[in-house]
Design a protein around this ligand. Structure first.
Ligand code: SF4
Length: 225
């Protein structure tokens, strides 16, 4: 991803031109490569910049017109060995496409990818109706789960989950973290600062799940969520 201009600070004409450009399926940022494999999302998080930035991100149009094929993603992610890591991120929840994630990861690994990470809202188990951590353990070095709070009511209020994820979402995300922490070398749990009024309580919850806490400022680098 080119550093520099973002969706928020571009001149109007440049932004319009960017929106008309083909969607970026892979984009470089710093020394990592980010994969944009779906726009589907089970939540509408209040802190998500895709709404205010209209699916643009640092010179890239991330609005997918269709779910890209594995072949298209792999064509966009050439020479994976040159990056410090490959990250499933984008403006959607990558675990909707678990089978494609596996195929992409295994191919990129064979091509020399050093590290593969998933950024997720943590609802993959509910999406698939089963524990997907063992599937992820076969392909990931690291997972970063955006939980944001230790309070299920605050979770619902801030993340605005779709109806089918509302009641069991928080509990399922915690269980997902617990299962990932058992199997994946690195499991981090993030929170946008200011959402959790009791950071010590949040840290205790995350540690009890076997993972590491990372607080991040609002509008921090999106890829670090
Ligand atoms: S899960 Fe990610 S992409 Fe979806 S609304 Fe939340 S922050 Fe945005």
């Amino acid at each position: 991803m080119p550093a520099g201009s973002s969706g928020s600070d571009m001149k109007p004409n440049a932004l319009e031109a960017q929106k008309q450009s083909p969607p970026a399926l892979a984009y470089r940022y710093r020394d990592a490569l980010y994969l944009n494999i779906t726009s589907k999302c089970p939540t509408a998080c209040e802190f998500c910049i895709k709404f205010s930035w209209d699916y643009q991100y640092r010179g890239n149009n991330l609005l997918l017109r269709k779910e890209p094929e594995v072949r298209e993603i792999l064509e966009a992610a050439t020479n994976p060995s040159q990056y410090s890591e490959i990250v499933f991120c984008g403006y959607g929840e990558s675990t909707y496409r678990l089978a494609e994630m596996k195929e992409i990861s295994l191919t990129l690994r064979k091509q020399g990818a050093k590290k593969i990470r998933l950024n997720t809202i943590g609802l993959g188990n509910l999406i698939h109706g089963r524990n997907i951590a063992p599937d992820l353990a076969g392909i990931l070095d690291s997972v970063s789960v955006s939980l944001n709070t230790a309070d299920p009511e605050v979770w619902k209020k801030v993340l605005h989950p779709l109806p089918e994820y509302k009641e069991k979402g928080f509990e399922s995300a915690c269980e997902f973290i617990r299962e990932c922490a058992k199997l994946i070398p690195e499991t981090n749990v993030t929170a946008v600062e200011g959402i959790e009024k009791d950071p010590a309580r949040f840290s205790r919850l995350v540690e009890s799940l076997g993972a590491k806490v990372r607080l991040r400022p609002y509008l921090d680098d999106y890829e670090d969520r």
